[in-house]
Design a protein around this ligand. Structure first.
Ligand code: GLU
Length: 554
């Protein structure tokens, strides 16, 4: 501490700067927010977003790690809203965070807008905790760990320019921290003149000192001590993120802070804040960024360039939420995939998630792999479950015609049984996500049936096949009889009735029975690719089948 401070009445200064009369003795908060009673090793984790309304894949990735770390250890996962920056606030953002995570099956035990008997560590909005921060800021001033700074924005700009010109670290520190050494007289005359001020940390650190620190993901890392006199309270009395989060993590009894590696550079500040506040810091785990492969290299997923960074993207595209979560689990712990193979069908929550096993550097986000997992997940659903999933998407995002189609659940379930294949047997994996899967069902409805009629044979052949089949089609035929009728048509158009026969002697025929079936298939479904045609005709019924055969006649 500087010598002249010994003569400064710091208690008096603290009261002059923070005159609030309703502040508690900071020590009281240790009683108000007592350590949590939890089993040994239980982790308390939190998601601490600003209420901007934008919640992205990186947040989900972190939230899943938080949720797993808490719940695999018998701990608590809570939601805290870091709303100190009013300018970024968006109405409804908190509900949107909760709803977005809930969609992926991630639930908070406690926190903002969460109904829970555990909510004794609140309020969970930082703006509602102003008194706590002010009580601690006042104490830090009284202890000589914080001081008022009257520098204007213009003055700070000038300092930054000078630092840039000399290629020095920017910021308020050392000889640049002008207000650090103001005399008592100067301070009081500034106050008297009504000059606005912020409260800054009087850093005790020295950048020539290294501190080794153990990150739960990155392991041992050496960081340089902080020497920046960071702002604790802004001129409107609102705390900065640094100050508020240190106090909150302590009093909400957070044991493990999982957050993006962009915060690693602020860690020295946070460690110093915990030290001057007299708190034991939580364990920190800095997660790697989500990357995307591009032009042979990789780059961070970007809000501007990559729509898949936004969580809304997955809801709108109708990804099966459990598939997204499973995919993220493969990114979180690389041995998850192997575990899943060994335990097919097991809930991901049974996997022993470990923070220490999280990737140390850039996790590559691969949409193709997610699509693959999504297809496989959906293929394990029963037709009824799949209907429920698709229907909830239709409710939110479907067109009026989708809504009308899905009103007839029994019909859709019949269609899904066919499209997905029989449960228990080898299933088809055609449905990747709701938006795409629902389009696969379009040909089962007259208003969305838009055939292209890409026949590979001449009109005469096509017409004969369609007319002949229409004459004999009977919806009561079993699969074999149905196929026998298709075969009978083959010789009438110069096709081989048996595929084997055609293969032996291709010159003798224009095509084979499978080409007859293809013509029928294109007429009835609009595509050469579809599940079992006899069943499709059965689902459509005689009248619609005959109508479609007739409509395709050239
Ligand atoms: N409010 C910070 C953010 O928006 C939270 C960082 C942290 O988890 O400490 O990213």
């Amino acid at each position: 501490m500087k010598e002249e401070e010994n003569f400064m009445d710091l208690e008096k200064l603290a009261s002059a700067l923070i005159p609030d009369e309703d502040l508690l003795d900071p020590d009281k908060y240790e009683e108000i927010y007592p350590p949590r009673e939890m089993p040994k090793g239980a982790q308390v984790t939190r998601l601490a977003p600003s209420p901007t309304g934008f919640i992205h894949l990186g947040n989900l990735y972190s939230a899943l790690a938080d949720e797993r770390a808490a719940h695999t250890s018998g701990g608590i996962f809570y939601l805290r809203i870091e709303d100190t920056d009013d300018k970024r606030k968006v109405d409804g953002a908190v509900e949107s965070v909760i709803r977005s995570l809930d969609y992926f099956g991630i639930k908070f035990d406690e926190g903002a807008e969460i109904q829970s008997r555990l909510n004794i560590y609140g309020p969970y909005y930082q703006r509602q905790r102003a008194k706590i921060y002010r009580a601690f800021a006042k104490r830090l001033i009284a202890q000589g760990y914080a001081y008022p700074c009257f520098c204007t924005a213009e003055e700070l700009d000038r300092v930054r320019e000078a630092q840039n010109a000399e290629k020095l670290t920017t910021g308020y520190y050392g000889k640049f921290a002008k207000c650090r050494n103001l005399s008592e007289e100067e301070i009081y005359s500034n106050l008297k003149a009504g000059k606005p001020f912020v409260i800054r940390l009087k850093s005790q650190g020295d950048i020539s000192n290294k501190i080794t620190f153990r990150d739960a993901i990155k392991g041992e890392i050496a960081v340089t001590e902080n020497d920046q006199d960071v702002v604790l309270l802004k001129s409107d009395g609102i705390p900065t993120y640094h100050f508020a989060h240190a106090i909150d993590d302590h009093f909400m009894r957070t044991t493990l802070v999982i957050r993006g590696e962009e915060w690693l550079s602020s860690l020295p500040i946070h460690l110093e804040l915990h030290k001057v506040l007299g708190f034991k810091p939580p364990v920190y785990a800095h997660t790697c960024s989500l990357m995307k492969a591009e032009n042979g290299g990789k780059r961070k997923l970007s809000k501007r360039k990559d729509p898949e960074l936004s969580l809304d993207y997955y809801r709108k595209a109708g990804y099966y939420p459990a598939a997204v979560v499973k995919y993220l689990m493969t990114l979180l712990n690389s041995d998850f995939e192997e575990w899943q193979l060994k335990n097919p069908g097991a809930d991901y929550r049974e996997f022993k998630f470990k923070v220490e096993k999280m990737g140390k550097s850039g996790a590559l986000f691969d949409l193709d792999k997610l699509n693959d997992i999504s297809k496989t997940e959906i293929s394990t659903l029963s037709a009824e479950e799949c209907y429920a999933f698709l229907n909830s998407w239709v409710d939110e995002f479907g067109s009026a015609s989708d809504k009308q189609h899905f009103a007839d659940g029994a019909y859709i379930i019949k269609v899904l049984n066919l499209v997905m294949g029989t449960a228990g047997k080898k299933r088809r994996k055609d449905i990747e996500r709701a938006e795409q899967g629902i389009r696969l069902l379009d040909y089962f409805f007259d208003d969305t049936f838009k055939p292209r009629y890409d026949f590979r044979f001449g009109d005469e052949t096509v017409n004969t096949v369609l007319e002949e089949f229409a004459k004999v089609y009977d919806p009561d035929d079993d699969n074999q009889t149905w196929f026998a009728k298709v075969k009978e048509i083959a010789p009438k158009v110069g096709f081989a009735a048996e595929t084997g026969e055609y293969k032996k002697n291709p010159e003798a025929y224009k095509g084979s029975v499978s080409d007859v079936a293809e013509i029928l298939r294109i007429a009835v479904t609009g595509s050469a690719n579809s599940p079992d045609l006899c069943t499709i005709m059965g689902i459509l019924g005689k009248e619609r089948t005959i109508k479609r055969l007739a409509a395709a006649i050239r």
